[in-house]
Design a protein around this ligand. Structure first.
Ligand code: ZN
Length: 143
């Protein structure tokens, strides 16, 4: 069992350039709010790839809207979080190099009820709370 890490709000703040993800307004740390890019009410998770820095005004107006570029943003932020070592690999029997090869193949990320699915060619990773907890598929395949 991998222990869940405390959510690193400062990481998100720095990753997003100390600005609001939506309107680009510079934010002091105390002004930043966290926004679920895909709203929780629509199945969005607490993973780093679904959390962005947000000013209070944008947070107020965004409410439960689902951004049209959700899939693109999830994929970008997923790869970024992996690169920044914010996603923990917990699938047994797979070493560092191989896990990197698998992550490199991931081309989409979807979420449903606090569980996320990262998919590549013939492969699916299961992610919960920023931890890769399982994998299905043929990992030797290269798309
Ligand atoms: Zn804003």
């Amino acid at each position: 069992m991998v222990k869940r890490k405390v959510l690193d709000k400062r990481y998100i703040y720095l990753r997003d350039g100390q600005k609001c993800f939506y309107c680009g307004k510079p934010l002091k740390p105390g002004q930043m709010t966290l926004d679920h890019y895909e709203p929780r009410s629509e199945g969005g998770t607490d993973d780093y790839f679904n959390l962005v820095s947000c000013c209070r005004l944008c947070n107020k107006y965004k409410k439960n809207r689902i951004p049209v570029d959700k899939e693109k943003i999830h994929l970008e932020l997923f790869h970024r979080a992996w690169k920044d070592k914010k996603i923990i690999w917990a699938v047994k029997g797979i070493g560092k190099k191989e896990s990197q090869d698998i992550i490199d193949q991931i081309g989409s990320v979807h979420s449903r009820g606090q569980l996320s699915f990262a998919r590549g060619y013939k492969i699916t990773l299961y992610i919960r709370d920023n931890v890769v907890t399982g994998m299905d598929g043929d990992r030797m395949s290269k798309g």
